[in-house]
Design a protein around this ligand. Structure first.
Ligand code: KG4
Ligand code: ZN
Length: 356
């Protein structure tokens, strides 16, 4: 076959996803099953529940991705699956399913690093050359890295505690936004973004974290605790019970979103200056890629745009469906690895399987 075709499988957290992508970046087929609604009800991901839901859905999702692609399994060049990082129980479902398929179809297996996949997704859409800077902000991860090649990352900064999406999810839960008529089916971060439009960002004055730290790391628990206290205080003032929605919820949402955006933009600004000073990035037209679930937040993107405009950088974000977990990015990472001659780690005769 002229074209490489990769089946990608993703189960690292709470989405069961699969896709078939070809060498030129055409998405031939895809399917996804989100567990968000179930986990919203339990107030967070319960790993054994996530595992069970992956088990119930993976066969159907992979089948759907394959059948919509009209690619016969025998035409696949390889199967690529997320092996880390993520919830061990969730990852295990994707891995054992994939290895069975690999055995059955006698195909090479490409183990994928979930964050590498997020970082490279942009290259499926745009002609972005290495090196570029990537900011990954989601519910489970928070990092800034210089991407020098398919598998060559220089970590510049990370969260010292929780990820921004996790913090936004916790604040949303504390505000009981799942009970809000307009936000009941949204993720925490999305609910905050939605509600923030009805509030005033300066109604509360939360200080951006780590203002004096001379590095590119992040921190979000301090902010979360400050907001927790404010909510408790407001609940007393408004005389409402835990679980009811505060009248000031929109102002809190606007302020937390604003402070989060300031923090993320400031740390990213430092990373850009650091790279430029050391000639690790081109002086003009350097590229900043922002991905992960939190990257779909338009207010945070605006803040990042101010930073990239001021530093002659180009800001690129994959579209929302490619910012959150999906099978396409995993399949594409498989293509990138095949093209770079990296990472075929399983063959059914020789049994050579070594996760990176
Ligand atoms: O990338 P993702 O689907 O999964 C991982 O965490 O890896 O990201 C999910 C996270 C959740 O924390 C969710 O609240 C957040 O991304 N998120 C948002 C928005 N949409 C999703 N955060 C802020 N604004 C949004 N519009
Ligand atoms: Zn992710």
């Amino acid at each position: 076959f002229l074209h490489k075709l990769v089946l990608g499988i993703e189960t690292s957290c709470d989405d069961t996803a699969a896709a078939v992508v070809d060498e030129t970046g055409n998405v031939l087929g895809e399917a996804i099953h989100s567990q968000t609604e179930v986990h919203l009800k339990t107030g967070g991901i319960v790993p054994p529940v996530a595992q069970q839901l992956h088990r119930e859905n993976i066969q159907r999702i992979v089948q759907e991705a394959l059948s919509t692609s009209k690619v016969s399994p025998s035409e696949l060049s390889a199967i690529a699956t997320t092996v880390k990082p993520g919830l061990a129980l969730s990852l295990g479902v994707g891995l054992s399913f994939s290895l069975q398929l690999v055995d059955q179809l006698k195909k090479p297996f490409i183990p994928i690093h979930h964050m590498e996949a997020h970082a490279l997704t942009i290259r499926l859409l745009n002609k972005v050359e290495f090196p570029f800077l990537v900011l990954l902000i989601s519910g489970g991860h928070c990092l800034l890295a210089l991407v020098r090649g398919v598998s060559d990352f220089l970590l510049l900064g990370k969260s010292l505690d929780i990820a921004p999406g996790d913090m936004l999810d916790k604040v949303a839960r504390r505000l009981s936004l799942v009970k809000h008529p307009e936000c009941s089916t949204m993720s925490g971060g999305k609910a905050i973004e939605h509600l923030a439009k009805q509030g005033h960002k300066l109604h509360f004055d939360f200080k951006p974290p780590m203002q004096r730290a001379k590095n590119c790391d992040f921190s979000f628990t301090g902010l979360q605790h400050v907001i927790d206290k404010i909510i408790t205080q407001k609940e007393k003032e408004e005389g409402i019970q835990k679980g009811q929605i505060l009248s000031s919820a929109a102002h809190i949402a606007a302020a937390v979103q604003h402070t989060t955006a300031c923090h993320i933009a400031k740390r990213t600004h430092r990373a850009i200056l650091f790279c430029k000073q050391r000639d690790l990035l081109p002086q003009s037209k350097a590229v900043l890629v922002v991905s992960g679930g939190v990257a779909s937040n338009l207010y945070i993107r605006k803040a990042l745009e101010i930073v990239t405009n001021a530093t002659q950088c180009t800001l690129l974000c994959p579209p929302p469906r490619l910012c959150t977990d999906n099978g396409i990015m995993i399949a594409w990472n498989g293509i990138e690895r095949l093209r770079a001659g990296l990472g075929i780690l399983y063959n059914t005769e020789g049994v050579r399987y070594e996760p990176k």
